[in-house]
Write a protein that binds this ligand. Structure first.
Ligand code: ADP
Ligand code: ASP
Ligand code: MG
Length: 842
């Protein structure tokens, strides 16, 4: 056994970190990135992208120069940006000087290009951004004095163009890296991403977004025990967050899943990233530079069991379908082979293939820019069969996108395809072709390009959202609206946790302004947001469109305004399946035609219309009535005290105090409308009675109600001040009625009545002392239902029936009632829903 000190010292394993351009936009972000690397326990290798947007600018500069255009301004701006970052980060002037020299060299190349120099090494110029960035990162980390070396990947990384993109010459690269490391020990290194060199020694790049791939290659070459890719999102999300705002971060996934997602367009990872780390089983973390406290996504050989069977959804656009149709091909061997042979011959790569078992048609999805070539090649290969009538022909459909659902858990889980297609059906997206590999890890659906975003959102909702997710808009945060927002703010978190009820306030409006927010408005912030700079002029059609947003399963608008303009929108919203809840009496008691239009729209469009708070505020009046009728009871009549103001007045009126004084007192207590005639006229009570009668199936309108107006004739047309000044004119007639009633040992009460024949009246009546209405307190409302089951002893609902808090509670109750009754619009129970919900909540 060799002596211990003679054995080669095992190199301490290192951790490779990669920062994308999105995390490197200016000097302060380089500093923030450097701060994330404080792990002195083991060597660190940091792979950097160019500063944000630099690769694009370099590509533009080259194109401009080639076309003979003016590139100097862009070049100057780019140079100034880098020099400013260098000045902020470096200790001496060395980085500044190096960058100046490199920008001068770039200017020389651009000048040569503009002069017609066709040097093909210009393909490598876009990689300069990574070279500059590596200098800035080295400076941010304290430079070589702090033990940080800089490695230009072009010195060691040798690649060649392979079938699936750039492939690494591993042996060569490994030997070159070993040579570079010799004498440098296990030091910390900053490496340029994206760039490499070919076997002939020419500079090249790994393709757009290739720094992720660079990072994985260097993790392999350095024998790293971990790779962290730092970016601007929390990890790999269930879908592209720019298209699906409620995408969730996936805690873990397998290399294979990540690979499928990346190949199908998830920009967060370059598709070739996984292979080099998978080969050595190196765990790969995706984390957010701006939220380093989060764990991010772990991509590793292991796949955590359980949870949603689909890990992610992605979209590939700019595709086309080429389809070969032929009755005569049924059972003929070799048709598929001939078709794919033709495509291979034409250099066309196929994204997706679908063939029905009848073999009547074979359908390929391929890149749009290769589609005509593909069609012509297939047509040529089948020219004989087409001539003989065995094949009908080859068709080409442009403007296609493919939606892919990816996940190891799809293997052997029934119902995944049903759920995906159910979601698409819900969003009215037509599936043109469907394919699932026998591996069951990827389910792909070809759809029209115009449907792509809608399809992605609908599919996402079908897999990830609680079936009781509602997109909510609130209009008119006045007193009731504000109270509702306070109640929602307090209740929403526990509703989400306890019952999976996910109410998302996504739009708010008052009579002037509105705020539409994709991710949601915190109810407590709603008022401030409406008054803030981001508010826009109110537009109820856009408000409805936003609330309906196709990516959430259900939509609901709460109208707390008293605006006829808003009420006029109800039929339109209900017809689109948007539920409407309101404490506003206008619609329920307005013209019969509008009421009928609302009911009609609701029946056909599926949106429900609820207005419990219009009668008795938070008291369960409508609910009770509906339950009676729905369970087969028969309504004989309704008696009720439906106005808190009038209830209070007649509770207090005992002949000792003039009625006018009580009216003034009620006004001072804030019980009356600003003009007390609005209460005394009985009209408001009549509206409530109309609402109740209609709910009971009677086609009653306001004109049909016999309303006693308590305001004397002479005071009805005068202005408000005159009315208040002459209030005493009410006293004498009111006192006379009281005397008459008390002579019969009765009390006066203001009552709304609906009888069995549909006759409706509102006014003051004298009731015997034992009547329930004579046993109410303060502003109590009371409603008596006389029905077949409750014939002798009526069913009574009684309690405080006014005030913003109880009214808002009535509105909130309606919202919850609707939410709780909603199932999945996708029409299928899904066994993994509970797990999915847990993940979303966590
Ligand atoms: P970097 O500059 O860090 O390499 P990229 O812009 O290349 O960052 O990739 C991150 C972006 O990828 C995110 O900001 C996000 O918009 C987009 N993206 C697309 N699909 C996904 C997905 N499934 N998960 C996470 N991000 C995604
Ligand atoms: N800077 C390169 C690009 O923008 C590589 C990368 O950022 O991954 O494509
Ligand atoms: Mg990237």
């Amino acid at each position: 056994m060799p002596p211990a000190d003679a054995s080669p010292r095992p190199a301490p394993s290192c951790h490779v970190h990669k920062f994308g351009g999105s995390s490197l936009a200016d000097a302060s972000l380089y500093r923030a990135a450097a701060a994330l690397l404080q792990d002195p326990a083991r060597p660190r290798v940091v792979v950097v992208s160019a500063m944000q947007g630099v690769t694009d600018t370099l590509i533009t500069l080259v194109a401009l120069a080639r076309a003979g255009g003016a590139w100097a301004d862009e070049w100057n701006t780019l140079r100034a940006r880098h020099l400013a970052a260098a000045d902020a980060l470096q200790r001496d002037g060395s980085v500044h000087a190096e960058l100046e020299a490199e920008f001068d060299a770039l200017a020389d190349r651009l000048t040569a290009l503009a002069a017609g120099d066709s040097d093909d090494s210009t393909d490598a110029l876009p990689g300069l951004g990574e070279v500059w960035s590596s200098r800035l990162m080295q400076a941010a980390l304290g430079g070589s004095e702090a033990g940080w070396h800089r490695l230009d990947a072009r010195e060691v990384l040798v690649v060649h163009a392979g079938e699936m993109g750039m492939a690494v010459d591993w042996a060569d690269s490994r030997a070159r890296l070993a040579a570079w490391r010799a004498g440098r020990g296990d030091s910390n290194v900053v490496v340029t991403g994206f760039v490499a060199r070919d076997a002939k020694g020419h500079d090249t790049t790994l393709g757009r977004n290739g720094s992720d791939y660079s990072a994985a290659i260097f993790a392999n070459l350095f024998d790293a025990d971990a790779l962290t890719i730092w970016t601007d999102v929390d990890g790999v999300l269930s879908a592209d967050p720019r298209l699906v705002p409620e995408a969730v971060c996936l805690p873990s996934m397998s290399y294979a899943e990540a690979c499928e997602l990346a190949y199908f367009g998830a920009k967060v990872l370059h598709p070739q990233t996984m292979a080099p780390v998978q080969e050595r089983g190196i765990p790969l973390w995706i984390r957010n530079t701006r939220r380093p406290q989060l764990p991010g996504t772990l991509i590793s050989p292991r796949n955590e069991p359980g949870g949603v069977p689909v890990k992610g959804l992605s979209l590939v656009r700019d595709l086309a379908i080429v389809e070969l149709v032929g009755n005569g091909m049924v059972g003929v061997p070799g048709a598929a082979e001939r078709m794919f042979g033709a495509l291979r011959g034409a250099g066309v790569s196929v994204t997706m293939i679908s063939q029905g078992s009848s073999e009547h048609s074979i359908c390929c999805v391929l890149r749009a820019d290769q589609a005509e070539r593909a069609r012509d090649a297939v047509a040529a290969a089948f020219a004989d069969a087409i001539g003989d009538g065995q094949a009908q022909g080859v068709t080409l459909t442009q403007d296609i996108a493919v939606l892919a659902a990816v996940g190891d858990g799809m293997v052997g889980t029934p119902g995944v395809a049903a759920r995906l297609l159910g979601g698409l059906a819900q969003a009215r997206v037509n599936a043109r072709a469907i394919a699932q590999g026998a591996g069951e890890r990827n389910l792909s659906v070809a759809i029209g390009a115009g449907d792509a975003t809608r399809a992605l959102r609908a599919a996402h909702a079908a897999f990830w959202l609680s079936p009781q997710t509602l997109s909510v808009g609130v209009i008119g945060p006045g007193q009731v609206g504000s109270a509702l927002l306070v109640q929602m703010s307090a209740a929403l978190p526990s509703l989400r946790q306890r019952s999976g009820l996910d109410l998302r306030l996504r739009a708010i409006a008052n009579s002037r302004a509105m705020v539409l927010d994709e991710r949601g408005v915190e109810p407590a912030d709603a008022a401030a947001r409406l008054g803030g700079g981001a508010a826009e002029a109110v537009d109820l059609d856009r408000f409805g469109d936003h609330v309906r947003g196709e990516h959430l399963p259900h939509a609901l608008i709460v109208d707390c305004s008293a605006s006829p303009t808003v009420a006029a929108h109800y039929p339109r919203w209900l017809a689109r399946g948007i539920h409407v809840v309101t404490p506003n009496k206008l619609a329920g008691s307005g013209p019969w035609e509008r009421y009928a239009a609302i009911q009609d729209a609701s029946r056909h469009g599926g949106g429900r219309f609820r207005y419990e708070a219009t009668v008795g505020a938070g008291l369960p009046v409508m609910l009770t009535l509906r339950n009676l009728l729905d369970t087969g009871d028969e309504l004989f009549g309704i008696d009720g005290m439906l106005s808190g103001t009038l209830a209070w007045l007649f509770n207090r009126f005992d002949g000792t105090v003039p009625f006018s004084r009580l009216v003034r007192e009620a006004q001072a207590l804030g019980y009356t409308e600003p003009d007390p005639r609005d209460d005394l006229s009985g009209l408001d009570v009549a509206r409530k009675l109309v609402i109740l009668a209609r709910e009971a199936g009677r086609a009653l309108s306001l004109e049909d109600v016999d309303v006693e107006n308590l305001v004397p004739e002479a005071l009805r047309a005068v202005d408000r001040d005159t009315f208040l000044a002459r209030l005493e004119e009410m006293d004498e007639p009111m006192l006379a009625r009281w005397r008459e009633a008390s002579a019969q040992e009765k009390s006066l009460r203001h009552l709304a009545q609906l009888d069995r024949d549909g006759r409706a009246s509102v006014g003051v009546v004298a009731l015997p002392a034992e009547h329930a209405c004579c046993h109410t307190r303060l502003t109590d409302n009371l409603v008596q239902f006389r029905t077949r089951r409750y014939a002798d002893n009526p069913l009574v609902v009684q309690g405080p029936g006014a005030g913003p808090d109880v009214t808002a509670a009535g509105v909130f109750g309606d919202v919850l009632g609707i939410a709780q009754s909603l199932g999945s619009p996708f029409g299928l129970a899904h066994p993994w829903a509970a797990d999915a919900r847990a993940e979303v909540i966590a």
